[in-house]
Design a protein around this ligand. Structure first.
Ligand code: HMG
Length: 390
């Protein structure tokens, strides 16, 4: 049975911070961000936009009423959870109006979680061919004002509908995963921002890629020339480019190398303007490739490298399905240009605003711009979400 991604949606914030402005404010050369990290802008969320509103907006954009009747599982992958107990997917399930007899839960392992969710969805569909599973990767990456990671923040959600006979791509059963217990990036419960060993994390990312790729090649007797494109987790695009260059060996034919490098540029077009969206980053790269590359075609094999700090990594592949272009939205780059630019002072205030709860545990929030859904406030410690008027 063919199982894979039938639909993909994406949502990000309505506000944006230009990297040149951040460089200027932090006394860095603009080229450090534009060339050194390959980032042009970061998506910035206000307090009324969180992983639930982003996830619901991304899903709302792709789901029909029939999909909502067919979905029997909602998995939300995140590392910026809003509650230690209640899964964010339960809010998403309710806001979207998905039929009741569905299973909803949250899943975590840093930026790797969405890949685990897709695997779980695939297994579920393999024994329930008529079911559809909604997998949403939703995160807000906040490192702290003036921190080393500040230039690699971002926010967004990627929603993927997994089904049999998918219309975008089919998964191949070739996943190879690796776990290594390391402290490259982590966020204890008492901290709102992560602790990061930045340079160490980049080395671990690259070494996990190299060793997982070697094992993948050994198990599947395959070569880079079998792939039309490679999508790699994008904490910032330059690291993924370093990773791809490590996979390219001297005996790879020149035309394959040219194609892989050209498609890499397509895979980073969205992330350059959005920043790191943690567990959705790899899939934002995939979406960017599918929507901006003119050279890929049905039947092509795409490799994916997922990396989550801590660390778990996985390499797997998928094949494009005939007619996949019809399931996409080619105008997305123009949508990103519609976000409202923020000065650095505005960004610091907006991104780091905390709920000012009264003695009853309630707060209302300013009417900031959000996607289709909004966190209106908190009433007696309960988050209140509403749909914005169309
Ligand atoms: P930094 O101190 O801001 O930057 O740290 P740097 O000094 O390392 O410079 C960055 C690059 O800019 C370097 O390029 C410089 O040479 C270059 P490289 O040598 O590496 O190729 N540069 C310039 N280029 C052109 N013109 C100039 C110029 N100046 C400098 N004028 C760091 C960067 C990534 C460490 C920091 O941003 C950070 O800590 N980020 C957060 C951690 C991170 O993203 N790690 C990635 C791997 S871990 C991961 O992927 C998991 C993660 O997504 C979380 C999860 O799983 O949940 C993060």
């Amino acid at each position: 049975m063919n199982i894979g991604i039938d639909k993909i949606g994406f949502a990000t914030s309505q506000y944006v911070l230009n990297m040149n402005d951040l460089a200027c404010a932090r006394g860095a050369e603009p080229e450090k961000f534009s060339i050194g990290l390959m980032l042009d802008a970061l998506s910035i969320t206000p307090i009324s936009e969180d992983i639930v509103t982003l996830a619901t907006t991304a899903s709302h954009d792709i789901l029909t009423e029939q999909d909502k009747a067919d979905i029997d599982m909602v998995i939300l992958a995140t590392e910026s959870g809003i509650d230690q107990s209640k899964a964010a997917s339960v809010y998403v399930h309710s806001l979207l109006g998905i039929q009741s007899f569905a299973r909803s839960f949250e899943i975590k392992e840093a930026c790797y979680a969405a890949t685990a969710a897709l695997n779980y969805a695939k297994l579920h569909v393999s024994t329930n061919p008529d079911s559809k599973v909604l997998v949403v990767a939703s995160d807000i990456a906040k490192y702290g004002i003036g921190s080393a990671g500040e230039s690699t923040q971002g926010a967004g959600a990627v929603a993927m509908l997994v089904s049999s006979n998918p219309r975008i791509l089919t998964f191949n059963d070739d996943n190879v995963a690796q776990t290594r217990d390391i402290m490259d990036f982590w966020r204890p419960n008492y901290s709102t921002t992560p602790y990061v060993n930045g340079i160490y994390s980049t080395k671990q990312y690259l070494d996990s890629l190299k060793t997982t790729w070697a094992e993948y090649q050994k198990r599947h007797q395959t070569d880079l020339k079998d792939f039309a494109a490679m999508c790699l987790h994008l904490p910032f695009p330059k690291l993924a480019l370093k990773g791809l260059n490590k996979l390219i060996t001297k005996n790879l034919p020149e035309q394959n190398k040219t194609q892989l490098l050209a498609n890499f540029e397509h895979s980073i077009a969205y992330s350059r303007k959005v920043g790191n969206i943690y567990t959705g980053s790899l899939y934002l790269g995939l979406l960017s490739l599918l929507e901006t590359s003119d050279t890929i075609k049905a039947g092509d094999k795409i490799g994916l490298f997922s990396y989550g700090s801590g660390a778990v990594s996985e390499i797997f592949s998928a094949n494009l399905v005939e007619g996949y272009k019809a399931m996409l939205k080619p105008s997305r780059l123009l949508d990103l240009d519609k976000r409202s630019p923020l000065s650095v002072t505005e960004y610091e205030k907006l991104f780091y605003e905390e709920a000012d709860l009264d003695e009853e545990g309630s707060a209302t929030f300013n009417n900031y711009k959000t996607g289709s859904y909004r966190l209106k406030g908190i009433e007696q410690h309960q988050r209140i979400y509403i749909k914005n008027e169309d």
